[in-house]
Design a protein around this ligand. Structure first.
Ligand SMILES: *Cc1c(COP(=O)(O)O)cnc(C)c1O
Ligand SMILES: [Zn+2]
Length: 410
């Protein structure tokens, strides 16, 4: 039963329904899909499905959070897992937001900070999405999961499947650094290596999973990884005392984080925890020049990325040439007044080096990319030195040593 619809935001069009089961709706036409059975993309438009919640002002108070666990499960009213015993957790989420004072003063910036997702279990924010996806797999009675991955998502899925007692198959590009592969094997996943990028891995997954024996947790082809990643948005709001930054710099691959954070801000408005007229941050999608499909579409160099051909990049997580979530990402960029920008491999390495040596944070190349992009946008005048700029570092540099070794910028 639909009791109301949140119309302010056309991307998400979050309907408020009668139950907390997290009914699913098609991101294109809104039609409802049953959350209690296995779902992939919508049957109507072949578009991603989005969870919706029944939650209005007053149903849960900010003060309730004081007693909650310091993990993403503190927001359980806005998460789709029904029974607490199905929560498959390794302590993911509630990562710190760190002020970057030394870097800020070097570059004359008033307010620069970084949310460090590298501190999550398995070393990246993929833990958030896979914690939710594997929890729902368990809740729906799945026995085995399969994933095409650029690296981090596969590691996270393998870990959460081990934790839940589910079988795991991870399909990864052969050129991915060994650290990603070894960790998957450690969690007892079956590792399949493929020549090419994540889209080639996705084709392999289709081939292996023709009979549907596995729950396919490809980005945005199941609805729950997005629900895990959106918790970054809840945390940004809560940790900054409900005062959002002016800009969020986000390293974009499949786009779940970008779309999820934006969904989260709208859910917080629905809940009354952010005021209706709270200005939302400008969302910036940062990609690698080697694989910049969203940047190219955003700037009109192509109609869409369905035929885009990408090259590998040191930031493995950004090598997603044909993201299914592109239309949703573009909406977020336009609605938020954001932009899209690509950086070179050298700029990324310089970014990693600067965050390491001036702040003591060993970010992934994806994190280096957003700092490099920040400098470019300041230079172009798109960012102002007095704005509050939040960098979202999505992973730890530790798994990328094969990529970074010997390339420190002094
Ligand atoms: C997967 C990944 C990304 C891209 O995330 P999306 O939400 O899919 O855009 C960025 N950084 C790292 C470290 C990743 O593993
Ligand atoms: Zn539809």
């Amino acid at each position: 039963m639909v009791t109301g619809t949140f119309r302010e935001n056309t991307t998400m069009n979050i309907a408020i329904t009668s139950s907390r089961l997290g009914d699913l709706h098609c991101s294109q036409c809104g039609s409802i899909h049953d959350a209690l059975v296995r779902q992939t993309i919508s049957t109507c438009c072949h578009a991603p499905l989005l969870c919706q919640y029944v939650i209005g002002p007053g149903s849960v108070q900010k003060s309730d959070l004081l007693l909650r666990p310091k993990s993403l499960w503190r927001y359980e009213e806005l998460l789709p897992v029904i029974l607490p015993e199905n929560q498959v957790s390794l302590g993911e989420g509630f990562t710190p937001i760190l002020a970057l004072n030394r870097l800020a003063s070097r570059y004359d910036l008033r307010h620069l900070s970084l949310k460090d997702e590298g501190l999550n279990p398995t070393g990246s924010f993929k833990a958030r999405g896979l914690s939710l996806a594997v929890s729902k797999a368990k809740e729906n009675g799945e026995k085995a999961c399969i994933i095409p991955t650029a690296g981090n998502a596969g590691v996270a899925m393998a870990a959460y499947c081990a934790r839940a007692g589910l079988e795991a198959v991870v399909v990864m590009p052969r050129h991915t650094p060994d650290a990603f592969k070894e960790e998957c094997i450690g969690y007892n996943a079956t590792l399949v290596e493929v020549d090419g990028l994540i889209n080639n891995c996705a084709a392999k997954v289709q081939e292996i999973n023709q009979n549907g024996a596995y729950f396919d947790v490809s980005t945005l082809k199941e609805p729950y990884r997005l629900e895990g990643k959106k918790t970054m948005g809840f945390e940004i709001a809560e940790q900054l005392n409900w005062q959002l930054p002016d800009v969020i710099m986000y390293p974009t691959g499949g786009g779940t984080g970008l779309i999820g954070i934006w969904k989260a801000f709208h859910e917080l408005k629905m809940l009354g925890w952010l005021s209706k007229n709270q200005k939302l941050p400008r969302m910036v999608a940062v990609q690698a020049e080697n694989c910049s499909p969203v940047v190219d579409t955003y700037w009109g160099k192509q109609a869409n990325s369905r035929q885009y051909v990408g090259k590998p990049t040191l930031a493995n997580g950004l090598a997603v040439p044909r993201p299914i979530g592109e239309p949703l990402m573009l909406n977020v960029l336009r609605e938020s007044g954001g932009t899209a920008i690509a950086v070179s491999e050298d700029d990324m390495l310089e970014g990693v080096s600067e965050l390491c040596r001036h702040e003591g944070i060993f970010v992934a190349p994806e994190g280096g990319a957003i700092w490099a992009a920040t400098k470019k946008l300041l230079h172009q005048g798109w960012l102002q030195p007095e704005e509050h700029i939040l960098l979202l570092n999505t992973g730890s540099g530790q798994k990328y040593l094969d990529n970074i070794k010997g390339k420190w910028v002094r």
